[in-house]
Design a protein around this ligand. Structure first.
Ligand SMILES: Cc1ncc(COP(=O)(O)O)c(C=O)c1O
Length: 437
């Protein structure tokens, strides 16, 4: 864990004291321990034990160039979901063949970009419907190229209770993936298209799984399908199976302990546990001649970032105490969108102060701009850190209420390697004033 509280009560990320950092930085600011992200990627890479694989980092989780470069430098490829992410991946020098493109509704320009990138197109366009097969084939034909494709299958598993409904994608009612029963027909269509080459079969059942069971169930459905096709002498061009991302993290782990001790969670599977469970299913289906792809996002980045915020003021009423901070739902959307709870801790503590329950809220004019109840010092701290904010944080930030995007700070080797600056509101005011004028 990269976020610790030292013996003097200072919260540190990647060795750097947040109290020191906040003196020089505007807030709200995302602060990332890039070295810890690299270490997480390396550990996941090692967990494959030499078997052919690709960790396709789902860059939607955190698309900062410094993060993408660190993870690809540690051996990852990327999973992208838009033409813009493809261009960004290329700008970060990700080789085309190490890019897979998920996305339920790609436009023609995005498909063309994927087919036209590099000498042979990207690693695979992951087709998500029977209808998309003909669209990708037509685009490849018009470009005079062959497109490498994978079919993303919706495994149709019961995900009740497995994760929040807004991030469950592998069930019957979800828009994602080729319905499991249509998969053989989609494979036949791909194989009848001379412009397409079926290189993979994939599934991604959702995000933030706290147990390996839904992941294993998904892999079992996918690998069973592939086994069936191969037993019929089909899908001979396959190079990989892809069991997706979704490795959960423990947002409810104990807070960093004084003295630099790491409070480890015992209740959460590690990313490597998901890989090993998928490998066992792959072996059981007799598919170990194929590479295994996985698409983790959150687990590689979220635990290694915080959102640093200043406390603006307390508001104490008869029955409740609010702590108003300068970070809101526009900066970190997860609590409003998924009813997510992130731990919030002071960046400096005397280690002995009296605490009380504060309802931590942001400045946005929405009741859902609410980070929940947190035990914090009775004498309110000047700054707080919202933990586990390295994934699905900045990437979802927006300028609602005329607020500006948060700053991002990249910590490497115990110091600030680089940071962005807050854009002032002049441009926003001018652009809004011009709109419709
Ligand atoms: C297709 C696909 N792959 C991978 C991921 C990454 O999931 P996670 O960040 O939970 O690992 C997502 C997340 O939405 C996704 O949609």
């Amino acid at each position: 864990m990269s976020i610790v509280r030292d013996r003097t009560g200072l919260l540190r990320i990647g060795g750097l004291s947040l109290s020191e950092l906040v003196r020089e930085m505007n807030t709200p600011a995302y602060v990332y321990d890039v070295d810890a992200m690299t270490a997480a990627a390396r550990a996941l890479e090692a967990s494959f034990g030499g078997a052919p694989h690709l960790v396709a980092y789902a860059m939607k989780a955190n698309s900062a160039g410094g993060v993408v470069r660190a993870l690809t430098g540690a051996g990852c490829g990327v999973d992208i979901v838009s033409g813009a992410e493809l261009r960004l991946a290329r700008a970060c020098d990700v080789p085309p063949e190490r890019i897979v493109f998920s996305g339920v509704a790609k436009d023609d320009a995005e498909i063309d970009l994927a087919i036209g990138t590099g000498p042979h197109g990207i690693g695979a366009i992951q087709i998500e419907s029977v209808e998309e097969v003909a669209r990708v084939a037509a685009r490849a034909r018009s470009l005079g190229r062959t497109a490498r494709v994978s079919l993303r299958v919706n495994p149709s598993v019961d995900l009740t209770g497995a994760t929040h409904k807004n991030i469950a994608t592998g069930h019957d009612a979800a828009k994602f993936g080729v319905p499991r029963e249509d998969a053989p027909r989609a494979v036949a269509l791909v194989e009848q298209s001379p412009e397409l080459r079926l290189v993979g079969m994939s599934a991604h059942a959702g995000s933030q799984f706290r147990s390996t069971s839904p992941y294993v169930e998904t892999a079992r459905v996918l690998f069973g399908l592939v086994r069936g096709l191969r037993d019929e002498g089909r899908a001979r061009s396959l190079a990989y199976v892809n069991s997706g991302g979704g490795f959960g993290i423990d947002y409810a782990a104990p807070p960093p302990l004084p003295g630099g001790d790491v409070a480890t969670s015992t209740s959460n599977p590690w990313p490597a546990d998901f890989v090993q469970a998928a490998q066992a299913e792959q072996r059981a289906a007799g598919l170990d001649d194929l590479a295994l792809y996985v698409e983790p996002g959150r687990s590689l980045v979220a635990p290694h970032g915080v959102l640093l915020a200043r406390v603006l003021q307390p508001k104490v009423a008869a029955r409740r105490r609010w702590l108003m901070i300068d970070a809101g739902m526009n900066d970190l959307l997860r609590p409003a969108l998924y009813q997510a709870r992130h731990r919030i801790v002071p960046i400096q503590s005397t280690l002995t102060e009296e605490t009380t329950s504060w309802r931590v809220v942001g400045p946005v004019c929405e009741s859902s701009d609410d980070f929940g109840d947190h035990d914090l010092p009775l004498d309110p701290p000047r700054e707080v850190a919202i933990l586990d904010a390295g994934g699905y944080g900045y990437v979802m930030a927006n300028v609602y209420n005329g607020r500006q995007l948060p700053v991002e700070v990249f910590v490497h080797d115990g110091r600030v390697a680089s940071h962005t600056v807050r854009v002032d509101t002049d441009a926003w005011v001018a652009e809004r004033a011009r709109a419709g004028a």
